[in-house]
Design a protein around this ligand. Structure first.
Ligand code: GDP
Length: 449
């Protein structure tokens, strides 16, 4: 996300040198202003931001470092409004969240994504199907429930949404659920009936949170509808979906400031792991090209067990990394979400994101070949790559529908990868990796001071 804005910020920063004059500051700000407006950041938000950066840079002395610092502060201020960040649990479980939004915004998908996000953090979640307006929504949530293995509360007997929600809450209380996510009815556009139904659910259920799910592709319309929901029902957070699409990103910069409700999550794809928390200072770090190592570490820790990671590290050091380990790690990578979203969090790599297009690592031809090969191996062969003699390789090639050369190539790649892993494992390896990352991150490393 934000690769376009991030690029133009970098270009503006590049226009300023140490001990520079007011003329070049104004030039840089003019460029920044143009690109923010082009990215659909609201004009008032843009004006305030530019003004703030101008005043602070001038106060501290015009130069690259001061400009960056001022920009960092002003962006953080714009993105931060009073209210919770990320997901907040109520003191007395279950935490009850009403999910609201217009039809097609991605509301039902987001219920699943949030449930998955919480499940990864070892929370017991109940999803409740109360979108009775769009008939397929109940079935859709049923499929998601099976896919992510999270319980669904639904009713087929024609009860009203308020009664279904009440019963779901009773179930959640008695069975000690941590979180209840209630999918509510959507409409094609805002209408009285929709607002009344939500207001009624709010009064009767007293939820801890009401999230408004908005489609970022609708640009400033997303902000306007969110403002109406805020006015009529009162919302505690916004989730912007489809941030992976052709969105310019401006809505995410301005929305919290414009409606004074925090942006809490961003949807970055159609799959269940494609949801990211929106934590302002981390986002600013990403906008300025300095990555978001904190979010990445958090994400990784939800899919990789620390004990297992240590064991694997030992194995790698001994050169014993085998095909089973490889398959398991591939599954873990899949759980992290799209390659694009991961790269965006790595310092210095954000620039690559826009060039990646729709690269789908897990479904690439190479990955399919590797998976096919491993599936054609015996249990023993998977545990010990050294067993693969010419005869065995021939059998595997036939089983996976590949040529001998293809099998040899993949095996060579696997051996090289194991060698690399060995090099980067252990304390010395970490140092190697850090120095590599440091070099990549050199232009923006000052921000971390
Ligand atoms: P609802 O009517 O608001 O419940 O909308 P759905 O949850 O059914 O979503 C509508 C469409 O948007 C579906 O095709 C989803 O897969 C898609 N969608 C939802 N969130 C995202 C997202 O973050 N990125 C992308 N690319 N598609 C999304």
């Amino acid at each position: 996300m934000f690769s376009k804005i991030s690029e133009s910020i970098k270009s503006a920063v590049g226009k300023i040198k140490f001990f520079d004059d007011e003329k070049s500051l104004k030039k840089a700000l003019e460029e920044l202003k143009k690109s923010l407006l082009k990215a659909d950041v609201h004009h008032k938000v843009t004006k305030d931001l530019i003004n703030e950066v101008y005043l602070e840079t001038k106060k501290n002395g015009i130069g690259k470092d001061n400009f960056l610092k001022a920009l960092q502060n002003a962006l953080t201020a714009i993105l931060t409004v009073e209210g919770p960040q990320g997901f907040v649990f109520s003191r007395k479980p279950p935490t009850v969240v009403l999910m609201s939004g217009l039809q097609g915004s991605g509301k039902t998908t987001t219920v699943g994504k949030l449930a998955y996000f919480l499940k990864q953090r070892n929370k017991k979640v109940l999803m409740v199907a109360c979108d009775l307006q769009r008939l397929a929504a109940v079935e859709q949530l049923g499929q998601i429930s099976k896919q992510i293995d999270v319980e669904l509360f639904s009713d087929e007997s024609g009860k009203k949404s308020i009664d279904i929600a009440r019963e779901a809450l009773e179930r959640a209380r008695s069975a000690h659920f941590d979180v209840v996510l209630i999918d509510t009815a959507g409409r094609l556009a805002i209408d009285e009936e929709l607002m009344n139904e939500l207001a009624n659910l709010k009064t009767n259920l007293q939820p801890d949170e009401i999230f408004y799910v908005a489609d970022s592709l609708t640009g400033q319309d997303a902000v306007r509808t969110a403002a109406t929901f805020q006015e009529r029902v009162g919302i505690t957070g916004v989730v912007l979906t489809k941030f992976d699409g052709d969105t310019t990103g401006g809505v995410a910069i301005g929305i919290a400031n414009q409606i004074q409700v925090p942006l809490r999550f961003v949807g970055v794809g159609e799959k269940m792991p494609d949801l990211e928390q929106f934590i302002p200072d981390r986002i600013v770090s990403r906008l300025l090209g300095a990555g978001d190592v904190e979010s990445l570490a958090e994400k990784v820790s939800t899919v990789i067990d620390e004990k297992k990671a240590k064991e694997l590290n030992k194995k790698i050091k001994k050169g014993g990394f085998n095909f089973n380990d490889f398959l398991e790690q591939m599954e873990n990578v899949k759980k992290l979400g799209s390659m694009k979203s991961i790269l965006g969090m790595i310092p210095g790599m954000s620039g690559m994101v826009s060039q990646l297009g729709d690269m789908d690592l897990e479904n690439s031809k190479e990955m399919k070949q590797i998976r096919g090969m491993i599936m054609s191996m015996t249990k023993k062969e998977r545990e010990d790559p050294e067993l693969l003699t010419a005869g065995r390789k021939k059998r595997i090639a036939a089983g996976a529908g590949l040529s001998d050369q293809q099998v040899n190539r993949v095996l060579k790649q696997f051996k090289n990868a194991s060698k690399m892993a060995k090099k980067f494992s252990g304390k010395k390896g970490l140092k190697n990796l850090q120095s590599m990352m440091g070099q990549m991150n050199a232009p923006s490393s000052k921000l971390n001071n």
